[in-house]
Design a binder for this molecule. Structure first.
Ligand SMILES: Cc1cc2nc3c(=O)[nH]c(=O)nc-3n(C[C@H](O)[C@H](O)[C@H](O)COP(=O)(O)OP(=O)(O)OC[C@H]3O[C@@H](n4cnc5c(N)ncnc54)[C@H](O)[C@@H]3O)c2cc1C
Length: 467
């Protein structure tokens, strides 16, 4: 990118919102996905929609690429810069514009941190359920772009279930408004849901209207220890089949629970092969009854110990420990490759075995944890990217895991998105007609392929994405 073009970009956003020093470029050359890394040409923090629109129009005229970015916690490489790219960082768009207690909606800018929104609405006895493990850092805009899930997905669903409306600057610079505060709206194609999960490839999201619900009145949090890993998986399947929908059902294997215990020191059972963290919530005595049914199922499936959290503080510390699983595993080795193969819930026991098989077959250290109630596992390889031979083996192990998940009727990603990390597998899941339809949509909306090119799938004009 030449200096005169950089000056044009700077004149749009202003000097104070434009960065292109080597240090700045290094800081923004990666997200939370290991291995993928490339420096952008510049980083900008636009102040309003008009500035974004003008940059996008300039990108079409001058043929440079744009990568939208929130907090950079993505785990599929979606916010990693591509060649000849300018990063549009949205973290300063961090205002909660309105909490509407009559319509139970919140209107927010995309840079609002998810956990901050949750605590603000909870002050009004309202609830925004999607709770990615990264919720104290990640942004709502990134959540919408990746259709993020979280620990409460089993009962409450994922980000898409809470999006009522969006505003987005399209690749031609126009402002697209979808949806609104209506709980029902079937006018024309469902463009709103089409934007959710588009991974920053269709435009830059600038406003979001979210659905809120009342805070559940009661909850009971339980922890179960297992000496045999398959017994924990069987418990999950049996709880699902018992017609109870816990608000949370999280699984940690032996390696993960030991890393979490090293990190949090909350007294997790180091000798157990697996633990399940389960929560039920709702109103009245039904919560207690559901908890009792679940405890019976856990005991029937050989749980060596089951306990109920005795206070809200204890329940929170258990959930915080679970949310720290990724960070706790990451302390073990320099490189942590975390994936999110997802299978129909009935296939969870088989999938857990397949992860163990992959670790043995390729002689790698794997931790395994995840949203067991959703069939969404996070097999995590603890490795070192400087050891090229081991990284090669890790790729083979993940190929094996993804292929096994697909054979079981599952998918390559339940919540982290396709991005860079999994685009080579997309055809296997979407099929050729599905993949072609996605590419056709992208080429109509973004004919010059300037918005986050090379993510999700490769398109013409081709763009090198990482080194
Ligand atoms: C410790 C840890 C735990 C995690 N736990 C979970 C979990 O439980 N569930 C889960 O789903 N994910 C989880 N993640 C992954 C990640 O936090 C989510 O994908 C999150 O939604 C990313 O938000 P972000 O603001 O960091 O977005 P970024 O990483 O900055 O961007 C993610 C994608 O969104 C696009 N994007 C960002 N903002 C915009 C915008 N305004 N307009 C258009 N596109 C945009 C980017 O181009 C990119 O493709 C975890 C990550 C970490 C590091």
């Amino acid at each position: 990118m030449n200096d005169s073009l950089k000056e044009k970009i700077k004149s749009i956003v202003g000097k104070k919102n434009y960065f292109d020093s080597e240090e700045d470029k290094i800081v923004y050359s990666f997200d939370a996905t290991p291995i993928f890394e490339q420096k952008p040409e510049a980083i900008v923090f636009p102040e309003d929609e008009e500035q974004i629109s003008r940059i996008v129009k300039l990108a079409n005229d001058e043929k440079f690429n744009i990568v939208p970015r929130g907090a950079g916690t993505g785990l599929s490489g979606g916010a990693v810069p591509v060649e000849n790219s300018v990063l549009i960082v949205m973290t300063r768009w961090n205002k909660i514009l309105e909490i509407d207690t009559k319509n139970l909606t919140a209107t927010v800018q995309p840079g609002v941190v998810t956990g901050h929104l949750q605590s603000e609405v909870e002050k009004l006895n309202l609830f925004y359920p999607p709770d990615p493990g990264s919720m104290n850092v990640c942004t709502i805009g990134g959540n919408v772009a990746n259709n993020a899930g979280g620990l409460r997905g089993l009962k409450y669903g994922v980000t898409k279930n809470y999006i009522l409306g969006t505003e987005m600057i399209l690749p031609n610079g126009d402002l697209l408004k979808t949806g609104g505060k209506n709980f029902k709206d079937v006018a024309g194609y469902n463009l709103k849901d089409f934007i959710v999960g588009s991974e920053g490839t269709l435009g830059i999201i600038t406003k979001i209207i979210l659905k809120l619900i009342p805070v559940p009145a009661n909850s009971i949090t339980m922890l179960a220890y297992f000496d045999k890993l398959p017994d924990s998986a069987k418990s999950v399947s049996e709880i699902i089949a018992s017609n109870i929908v816990p608000s949370m059902m999280e699984f940690l294997d032996h390696t993960t629970l030991n890393c979490v215990e090293d990190y949090t020191k909350i007294g997790l059972p180091r000798n157990s092969e697996a633990v399940l963290l389960i929560e039920v919530d709702g109103r009245g005595s039904i919560v207690e009854e559901d908890a009792e049914t679940i405890i019976n199922i856990l005991k029937r499936n050989n749980a060596s110990f089951v306990k109920k959290a005795s206070s809200a503080d204890e329940a929170n510390s258990l959930k915080t420990a679970r949310r720290s699983a990724f960070s706790a595993l990451a302390r073990k080795k320099p490189t942590t490759i975390l994936e999110d193969a997802t299978v129909p819930r009935s296939e969870l026991p088989v999938m857990i075995e397949k992860v163990t098989e992959a670790a043995k077959k390729y002689n790698l250290i794997f931790g395994d944890f995840g949203h067991a109630g959703d069939g969404n596992l996070h097999p995590t390889c603890l490795t070192d990217e400087r050891d090229k031979a081991e990284i090669e083996k890790a790729h083979k192990a993940f190929d094996f895991i993804f292929n096994e998940a697909i054979k079981l009727g599952g998918t390559i990603t339940g919540e982290h998105g396709t991005g860079l990390a999994k685009k080579q597998f997309l055809e296997k899941v979407a099929g050729i007609p599905g993949l072609n339809m996605m590419k056709q949509i992208k080429s109509v909306i973004d004919p010059n392929n300037i918005i986050n090119p090379g993510k999700v799938f490769d398109m013409s004009p081709k763009c090198e994405v990482y080194y």
